[in-house]
Design a binder for this molecule. Structure first.
Ligand SMILES: C[S@@+](CC[C@H](N)C(=O)[O-])C[C@H]1O[C@@H](n2cnc3c(N)ncnc32)[C@H](O)[C@@H]1O
Length: 207
C-alpha cells in the first residue's frame, strides 16, 4: 500500500473517532435523523481482511453494495489494483458518492472504480457480469433482496461478505435471518467471523 493511500485511510480513521464520540451522545431518534452524516465504515480490521480475500482469490469483479463516503471503496480499489480487476461501487446518496470520488482521486485509485448511483436493487438487477466478490453493507432490510439478485450472478468460487452481523445489536435479528437465508441456498458455505462489527463470510461453489 502506498503512503498516499495510507494517508487517505488515516483521514477516515480520524473522522471515525470524532464521529463515534458524537454518536455516543445522540439518542437513537437523533442518530436516525442524522445517519447520513456519518461514515459508518467497515473499519481497518475488516478492510484488511477483505483486501486479503480479494487478493488471495485474485477477484476481478468486486461489487460493493453500500459505499457511504468511500472508506471500503479505498480498500477494494487498492486490492483490485493488484488483481487487475475493478470495483463496482453502489450508493444511493449522491453527496456521499461525490465525496468518495474525491477521496479515490486523492488516493490515486479513481480508475479502478465504476460508481453507480441509485438503489442497489435496481443496479444489481441490471448487472450483467459475473461477480467474484461482493460486500453487503447497506440498510439491513435490503441484505436478503440484494443477495437474491446477486446469487445467480456469482462466479464459481465467489466470496460474499455481509457486515454488521453482531453490531449494532439493534440489527442482530435481521443479521441472523440473513445468515440463515444464505446457508439455505445451494452451493453456499458460510461462517460468522468476529472481525469488526461481525462479518458473515460466504463462498459459492457450483456442482
Ligand atoms: C454502513 S454504510 C456503508 C459503509 C461503507 N461500506 C464503508 O465501509 O465505508 C451504508 C450505506 O448504504 C447506503 N444504502 C442504504 N440503502 C441503500 C440502497 N437501497 N441502495 C444503495 N445504497 C444504499 C446508505 O446510503 C449508506 O451510505
Amino acid at each position: 500500500m502506498t503512503p498516499i493511500i495510507q494517508a487517505v485511510l488515516e483521514e477516515y480513521h480520524r473522522r471515525t473517532v470524532e464521529e463515534n464520540t458524537l454518536m455516543d451522545s445522540l439518542s437513537s431518534e437523533q442518530f436516525d435523523q442524522r445517519i447520513d452524516e456519518f461514515l459508518l465504515p467497515i473499519g481497518p480490521q475488516s478492510g484488511q481482511l477483505m483486501s486479503l480475500l480479494i487478493k488471495g482469490a485474485q477477484a476481478k469483479t468486486v461489487v460493493e453494495v453500500g459505499a457511504s463516503y468511500g472508506y471500503s471503496t479505498i480498500w477494494f480499489a487498492e486490492a483490485v489494483s493488484e488483481t487487475g480487476g475493478k470495483v463496482i461501487s453502489i450508493e444511493l446518496n449522491k453527496a456521499k458518492q461525490a465525496y468518495a470520488k474525491k477521496q479515490l482521486q486523492k488516493a490515486g485509485l479513481l480508475d479502478y472504480v465504476e460508481f453507480k448511483t441509485g438503489d442497489a436493487l435496481q443496479v444489481l438487477s441490471e448487472l450483467t457480469e459475473p461477480i467474484d466478490f461482493m460486500l453487503l453493507d447497506l440498510w439491513k432490510r435490503f441484505y436478503i433482496p440484494c443477495f437474491d439478485l446477486a446469487y445467480p450472478k456469482l462466479s464459481d468460487g465467489a466470496t460474499v461478505l455481509a457486515d454488521n452481523m453482531r453490531y449494532p445489536t439493534a440489527v442482530r435479528e435481521a443479521a441472523d435471518t440473513y445468515r440463515a437465508h444464505v446457508k439455505s441456498k445451494p452451493g453456499m458455505d458460510s461462517v460468522l467471523l468476529n472481525v469488526g462489527s461481525g462479518i458473515e463470510l460466504s463462498r459459492y461453489k457450483t456442482g
